[in-house]
Design a binder for this molecule. Structure first.
Ligand code: C2O
Length: 533
């Protein structure tokens, strides 16, 4: 195992997209940002230097950060932000993971332009558990606003209203031809007969996406840096924060094929029909526009998302066994959703708010991990409710009590205890899918269903053998998802909806995992350069 050193300079740069220029925050002058390459077991050291007027933090999304929570990155959860002119060294080791992940800024909505791929190659001499691809390609999906993202976030925060939907989606930073602008699209050039490993990353801010390439099937082999049983599909469903590795064989007749992404949105709150396009070009073809069209799923194609998610299974081989907790110490149920709260300054006297178990999480002004480590009182309380306070029908008539309470609450877990967490999507305003991300862990997705979770009968159908292992999971509209994990990583771990607007509205909480009593069961001491608030 080796050491990988990187320097990330956070700078402001002018970019032209959709025939308009604006300054954006980027790392090392690149959008999408630089790729971080490493091997399993490597130590990664990234010196992040803040050259912009805004505060910055970087999160290594999906990296387990065993005992190194100080390097996880979410602002005010594990660290105070890196201020203008300051720097911070993230230092972590990649253990037990291989595949594709992403890094992104983790403060306000900065991740709209501050993101990039993390590639974890297997250890030297260890092959992939699938046929060796001839080449690899990173495909980063994003969203683009013509206006400053800070303006968009203000709508969500100050006015308590849904923010403007993005003006375009992007594939590797490029939207493809758009109305009134002949903008560039991304081109993937392939050679007939060769196989490509596509490392697909959804770095969009507020949208789950469909990805398709006309005339081609993809074989899914890994998600969120965990190998899966290979399966073929013509449509990839990928939530923000998720990553998917797929094999593409250039087995079609020589031509240009359209590649496209489009949003999955099952809510009527916002409509967005923007499709970003790119081209799969067989070598030797001229750069003419692609002739083979691809039909994207309709925006509310829930059955396609369900089919894709049902097809995902852990590889569960001798080399890569699934390790699903078979017993449960903490059985939790979190009702997650969007509601309304009174608000004197808002348009209609109320604002949209999001919550977990009626708690709308408030960001503290000191990092919770620091408060925990140094026993600073008054920053958080550890009374996060294990169950919804008001039992109600999650999919039928809205409950009478949709009021939320503000709080900075964590749920405490003993070291190495096992957790079953049922995430129940509520329909208080509109049913909406929530791609929920847990920091510090991979979890197993042991069950899912539509309607209300039935604690008596649903567990009988849980998959405790080869469920998919990941760090972000879509909680289906008007339905539920059950996950299991082992609390073997001491620290403070954020969990939130990866639709940034829902996080802003309060759909977030944190787990506090206590130190164990044995050797190597405690969080490591904080680094000397840990930023101060
Ligand atoms: Cu990818 Cu808490 O984030």
């Amino acid at each position: 195992s080796g050491v990988r050193n990187y320097k990330f300079s956070v700078v402001r740069e002018n970019t032209t997209t959709l025939c308009a220029s604006k300054p954006i925050i980027v790392v090392n002058g690149k959008f999408p940002g630089p790729t971080l390459y490493a091997r399993e077991d490597d130590t990664v050291i990234v010196r992040v230097v803040n050259h912009v007027k805004d505060n910055v933090t970087i999160h290594w999304h999906g990296v387990r950060q065993l005992r190194t929570g100080w390097s996880d990155g979410p602002a005010y959860i594990t660290q105070c932000p890196i201020q203008t002119g300051q720097s911070y060294i993230y230092n972590f080791t990649l253990t037990g993971q291989r595949g594709t992940l992403l890094w992104h800024a983790h403060i306000n909505w900065q991740r709209a332009t501050v993101h990039g791929a993390i590639i974890i190659l297997p250890k030297h001499g260890v092959p992939f558990p699938f046929p060796k691809p001839d080449k690899e390609e990173i495909i980063i999906l994003g969203e683009w606003w013509k206006s400053d993202v800070e303006v968009v976030i203000n709508q969500a925060m100050t006015l308590g209203q849904p923010p403007n939907v993005s003006d375009a989606h992007t594939i590797n930073g490029l939207p493809g031809p758009a109305p009134n602008c002949s903008s560039q699209g991304y081109t993937l050039q392939v050679e007939t007969g060769k196989t490509y490993l596509l490392r697909i990353v959804n770095a969009a801010v507020n949208e789950e996406l469909f990805f398709k390439i006309a005339g081609h099937q993809l074989t899914i082999v890994e998600v969120d840096a965990s190998y899966t049983k290979p399966f073929k599909t013509d449509t990839v469903f990928i939530g923000p924060g998720q990553t998917t590795n797929a094999l593409l064989t250039a087995d079609q007749k020589i031509s240009n094929y359209l590649m496209a992404i489009s949003p999955f949105m099952d809510t009527i709150v916002a409509t967005d029909n923007q499709t970003a396009t790119g081209t799969l070009r067989y070598k030797g073809m001229l750069a003419v526009s692609p002739t083979s069209l691809t039909v994207m799923p309709p925006q509310n194609a829930t059955p396609i998302t369900a089919k894709f998610m049902d097809s995902l299974r852990s590889l569960n081989s001798k080399e890569y066994p699934a390790n699903v907790p078979q017993t449960v110490d903490h059985s939790l149920m979190f009702a997650i959703g969007v509601g309304v709260n009174p608000c004197a300054t808002c348009v209609n006297g109320s604002r949209v708010i999001a919550d977990i178990n009626n708690v709308s999480f408030v960001m503290p002004t000191t990092a919770i991990l620091q408060a925990h480590y140094y026993n600073i009182s008054g920053v958080y309380t550890d009374d996060f409710p294990a169950n919804p306070p008001n039992p109600y029908n999650y999919t039928g008539t809205p409950p009478t009590n949709i009021q939320t309470n503000n709080g900075t609450k964590v749920y405490r877990l003993a070291y190495n205890s096992t957790v079953q967490l049922v995430l129940q999507g509520t329909s208080i305003i509109a049913p909406e899918s929530h791609p929920t991300h847990l920091h510090g862990f991979n979890f197993y997705v042991v069950g899912k269903g539509l309607g209300n979770y039935d604690p008596k009968n649903d567990p009988k159908n849980f998959n405790l053998v080869d469920p998919v292992e990941r760090n972000t999971i879509s909680v289906p509209t008007g339905g539920w998802t059950a996950i299991r994990f082992r609390a073997d990583n001491p620290g403070v771990w954020f969990m939130h909806c990866h639709l940034e607007v829902h996080t802003t509205w309060g759909l977030k909480m944190a787990f506090l995992v206590e130190n164990g009593k044995g050797p190597n069961q405690s969080i490591l001491p904080p680094p000397n350069d840990l930023p101060k608030c």
